[in-house]
Design a protein around this ligand. Structure first.
Ligand SMILES: *Cc1c(COP(=O)(O)O)cnc(C)c1O
Length: 396
């Protein structure tokens, strides 16, 4: 296979890596990446089987361990995040679970942003808590609070930036410095920006988490996830847990995500352009009290967003005048926009966080998190801007 033309990602720019990194052509000379739907692999002899199992000879054994389509996805995403290594998982949640179980033991401690994906909070509090791994939750942008919450047993700092749904940011480089001064790893769930808009490893983060289900797929088809980092941390500790416990990515899903990565930058730019236009329009509407979007001059961390992101992303939140009824009316008046709590799709989606994604919180917890009854979140898609605006204007 001397004509496979497998590229060395380090010699190429971001867009080229997104299109070509990790591809190794087979002897068929296919131009597009193939899918390998096989659970196991055959050996030329009993001796070769023994050599593969003992690790003396590299190569495939079983698709819970390695699969060529999944490997192409992993190498491509690693090249885009600027990571040494990537392991693919069955979902975003299994990426977070594998990272925590792979790296932590009973008695260890996590410091996490309070503003994270709801299911991640449940994982930390209920399931890791049951194993004796405690989590302290802090305000995302408050660097002093992060440092104060670190204890001798703290191993991981965990966050999402921008946060969901209020698009609050944290200075990743400053937090990485704090993490490393205390011997902790900084874990960034980069689902909202993707490497097309933000590359946390270049800012000092150690581990990147992805829900590939969102923008990496980008068209709402497959569940998947990934963990990126160093060979020692991700390629060894996280991967060992994954291949043993089994929440690995299927070859078919990996192929969908490979094709998603090829257009990721273009799509993220288009989501960002639409979201900024929507946020600016919302600011002009009499029915709207306040708009949250890092691309707006009025966003308190607009300068930080410009510095650490190359685009502002597709998530816009806003408060209506008139509480929950006004919010539900606006949602129910739409004729085109999808009423769903998902994000990262070509289709624009609308949700009322207080009664869906944040419905399990007590009213006090919601108030602390800044989730008011009149808050609406829009995951801006790729339809015509005039159609998105007209659909939202119906209920105002
Ligand atoms: C959706 C999401 C997850 C979980 O991913 P799944 O693929 O649904 O398991 C984790 N983090 C963020 C920020 C998400 O939006």
């Amino acid at each position: 296979m001397t004509d496979s033309k497998k590229i060395n990602p380090q010699e190429y720019g971001f867009a080229t890596r997104a299109v070509r990194a990790g591809q190794e052509r087979t002897s068929e000379g296919e131009n597009s990446e193939p899918i390998f739907p096989t659970s196991s692999y055959v050996f030329a002899s009993a001796a070769e089987a023994a050599a593969r199992f003992s690790g003396e000879q590299p190569g495939n054994i079983y698709s819970r361990f390695t699969n060529p389509t999944v490997r192409t996805f992993e190498e491509r995403l690693a090249a885009m995040e600027g990571a040494e290594c990537c392991v693919a998982t069955a979902s975003g949640m299994s990426a977070i679970t594998a990272t925590c179980i792979g790296l932590l033991r009973t008695g260890d401690h996590i410091v996490s942003s309070r503003s994270i994906f709801g299911t991640t909070t449940v994982l930390f509090e209920n399931f890791l808590g049951k194993l004796g791994i405690a989590t302290s939750f802090v305000e995302l942008s408050d660097l002093a609070a992060w440092e104060q919450a670190i204890k001798p047993e703290t191993k991981l700092l965990f966050l999402e930036t921008p946060s969901n749904p209020l698009t609050e940011l944290v200075d990743i480089a400053a937090l990485a410095e704090i993490a490393h001064r205390h011997g902790c790893l900084l874990v960034v769930d980069n689902c909202f920006c993707t490497p097309a808009l933000q590359q946390p490893i270049a800012l000092g983060a150690d581990i990147i988490i992805h829900s590939a289900t969102k923008y990496i797929d980008g068209q709402g088809r497959c569940m998947g996830g990934a963990v990126c980092g160093t060979h020692d941390v991700v390629g060894d500790a996280v991967y060992s847990f994954l291949r043993t416990a089994g929440p690995t990515m299927s070859a078919f899903n990996a192929w969908v995500f490979i094709k998603g990565l090829e257009t990721l930058k273009l799509r993220m730019q288009a989501h960002s352009t639409n979201a900024l236009a929507l946020a600016q329009w919302l600011e002009q509407q009499a029915a709207v009290e306040r708009v949250y979007y890092p691309g707006l001059e009025s966003h308190p961390q607009h300068a930080l967003a410009k510095q650490q992101q190359s685009g502002f992303g597709g998530i816009v939140a806003f408060e209506l005048k008139g509480g929950k009824d006004a919010g539900w009316n606006l949602i129910d008046a739409t004729r085109m926009i999808s009423i769903t709590a998902n994000l990262g799709d070509t289709k624009t989606m609308i949700t009322h966080p207080a009664t869906t994604t944040h419905g399990r919180l007590t009213p006090e917890q919601r108030q602390d998190a800044g989730i008011s009854d009149s808050l609406i979140r829009v995951a801006v898609g790729l339809e015509d801007m005039d159609d998105i605006k007209a659909d939202l204007a119906r209920g105002m």
